[in-house]
Design a protein around this ligand. Structure first.
Ligand code: FAQ
Length: 318
């Protein structure tokens, strides 16, 4: 069959909302786009463990520590499902890790900001996981089967993450003047980076056109960002706090909140490796990878031994 026919059949499946599975024919650009997005997503989960991980030993109570440990473990799990989903497209885990370490593969800009106070744990749960859910619920219907299925579980866990973050802030917001100030300061620092997570404006989004045609993306960066702003602008009132945007205003005509200009210079600076913590995050990941060599080697040797044992047993049985 000519490639053109394969392409028509492929696009027809997408248009009919039939999932594409690993062994189905797919255009090379579709495969590459998925590898880029899924691996970037996996790296984000793994690097995303670092800003919160540093607070596990400093959590203010046993309950908060248990919640934080569970959340960070969930993020490790998300990274692992996503690496597995990407592997079905023909890239190995080692190649993906190498791309992260060399700077070829990106990860979300948000994880290059420092976590300065305990309230940052609440702000990450509420705002960062909140933005992640807004972006990821539509990915449960992404056209690639292994990605969409992984996202269903990821989203269930993310929604627990968001609620725990909001609840942690709610408790602090009813506390002392110092605790209230700590909440407002965390919101002030995390707000703009959170709305940058949705990526550049649609007009600047180089991948959106093809990703929408292939139903990897179901909504544009700006559509999802607007939904997030509308949701958070209401929720912040429950905390008795404000968002650091003087232009944030309900628009009766559009029935959405208008908001101020995003600092794209800051965004691209962080994306290109020059954010406040980019170097620290990558150095930590590289060190963990190097220090884990013996674990990977031991696991591979153990697997090989087990395989040999099965071969010997089968030989005896025959
Ligand atoms: N950071 O053409 P578009 C989480 C890049 S997981 C860095 O619009 P696309 C869980 C983009 O790669 C958070 N780079 O790109 C958690 C592209 O460059 P490239 C991660 C960004 O792919 C919570 C260029 O800009 N979530 O938070 C960013 O169509 C708490 C042009 O952009 C996902 O990965 C950015 N924010 O749309 C963990 C979800 N935005 O690659 C721990 C899946 C854009 O061509 C604690 N990904 N770029 O060189 C997606 O939905 C999409 O990839 C977007 C970007 C929407 C992120």
């Amino acid at each position: 069959m000519a490639v053109q026919n394969f392409e028509q059949i492929f696009q027809q499946k997408i248009d009919d909302d039939i999932r594409i599975e690993p062994k189905d024919w797919m255009p090379e650009k579709y495969r590459q786009t998925l590898i880029r997005q899924i691996s970037q997503h996996a790296h984000s989960e793994i690097v995303g463990m670092l800003p919160e991980g540093s607070w596990i030993s400093r959590a203010p109570s046993l309950k908060r520590k248990q919640i934080l440990v569970a959340k960070v473990q969930d993020e490790a799990g998300h990274g692992l499902y996503l690496y597995s989903a990407a592997e079905t497209l023909g890239i190995s885990r080692d190649e993906m890790i190498e791309q992260l370490h060399s700077g070829k593969a990106k990860y979300s800009s948000i994880f290059n900001y420092p976590t300065i106070t305990w309230a940052d744990m609440g702000a990450i749960g509420w705002l960062v996981d909140g933005a992640a859910i807004m972006n990821q619920v539509p990915l449960c219907r992404a056209s690639y089967g292994p990605y969409s299925r992984a996202m269903i579980r990821v989203c269930k866990e993310e929604s627990f993450h968001q609620r725990q973050g909001f609840e942690a802030l709610l408790v602090l917001s009813k506390g002392t003047a110092e605790q209230k100030a700590m909440v407002q300061d965390a919101i002030d620092r995390w707000w703009w980076p959170s709305i940058m997570m949705f990526g550049p404006h649609d007009a600047e989004s180089s991948n959106s056109e093809s990703s929408m045609k292939w139903k990897i993306k179901r909504f544009s960066n700006d559509e999802l960002r607007q939904r997030f702003v509308d949701m958070i602008a209401e929720q912040v009132k429950l905390l008795g706090m404000t968002l650091p945007d003087p232009d944030l205003k309900w628009n009766e005509d559009t029935k959405h909140y208008d908001f101020g200009k995003i600092n794209w210079e800051e965004f691209w600076n962080v994306v290109s490796g020059n954010g406040p913590c980019n170097k620290q995050r990558l150095d930590t990941r590289k060190k963990a990878w190097e220090e884990g060599v013996w674990v990977r080697e031991a696991a591979a040797a153990h697997a090989e031994k087990r395989k040999q044992r099965v071969v010997v047993k089968e030989g005896i049985a025959a």
